[in-house]
Write a protein that binds this ligand. Structure first.
Ligand code: PGA
Length: 251
């Protein structure tokens, strides 16, 4: 039986990003030729920046995203869409402002939802994913602590989209962008592990030496909530796209 996640090691982050962009481009154009939409789950962070640059390049070369519907993984709670560190801003600056995706097809959790409305909001996010037909391909990064989305160590794998607390490693990693750990939001809205595992295909990107250990640990057989990325071992169509540094500890 094939082992999942599969992994592919590329010479550079650019090469890995180009390979995933090519896969996404093929999916988008195949669906378009069938007059069908395609649903992508998208991630933020430094890792997918090259992927989005490459998708932008494919668009300039003629690939249309008019049949694409997107759902982002997560958003900091308490940040409005106009906050420079919001994932809303990130996605627009890095991708959406440069392609022809219809604005109404873009879904990013809204970090400005008041506490009393969050439960209904999260349920609505899941419903929107179902109504769109479910996620065809989910792009993920991985935190140094093994998180996927904001499913931090100890995450309940049975949760759909929900509100969660950020773990100390995650807060530390975000501190610089926010000008100090004290400014990093403590909570986020995130798709759950359940949501991620329901995607028909999952592609995880990881680059650099700092990810080598967690990549090895998350691919070591055995599922544990202490390393949420290990839940991808339960997914029958998941692939890690790695550069040489991130894949350095794999046998
Ligand atoms: P990074 O974050 O891409 O900025 O390394 C990855 C993640 O935390 O998922």
């Amino acid at each position: 039986m094939p082992q999942f996640p599969a992994h592919r090691i590329f010479p550079t982050p650019d090469a890995a990003s180009e390979a995933l962009a090519a896969e996404i481009g093929d999916l988008v154009s195949t669906r378009s030729s069938e007059d069908r939409s395609v649903v992508l789950g998208l991630a933020t962070g430094s890792t997918p920046i090259r992927l989005y640059a490459e998708l932008t390049r494919l668009h300039r070369e003629g690939l249309s995203f008019s049949n694409v519907i997107t759902f982002n993984l997560d958003e900091y709670l308490g940040l409005g869409r106009d906050h420079p560190e919001s994932y809303w801003q990130f996605m627009h600056v890095r991708l959406f402002d440069h392609i022809d995706i219809p604005p109404e097809n873009i879904h990013i959790p809204d970090g400005g939802i008041p506490d009393g409305e969050l439960e209904g909001y999260c349920a609505g996010y899941e419903e929107a994913i179902s109504e769109a037909g479910g996620i065809d391909l989910q792009v993920l990064g991985i935190g140094r602590n093994g998180h996927i989305g904001f499913n931090e160590p100890g995450a309940d794998p049975n949760l759909p989209t929900h509100v969660t607390k950020l773990n100390e490693v995650t807060i530390g990693d975000a501190a610089e962008a926010f000008g100090g750990a004290g400014n990093v939001p403590r909570r986020a809205i995130t798709m759950g592990v359940k949501t991620i595992l329901e995607a028909r295909r999952v592609a995880l990107l990881a680059f650099g030496e700092s990810k080598a250990e967690i990549v090895r640990l998350s691919l070591s057989p055995g599922v544990t909530s202490q390393i949420p990325a290990t839940y991808l071992q339960l997914h029958r169509d998941s692939t890690y796209f790695l550069d040489q540094d991130a894949g350095a500890q794999l046998g």
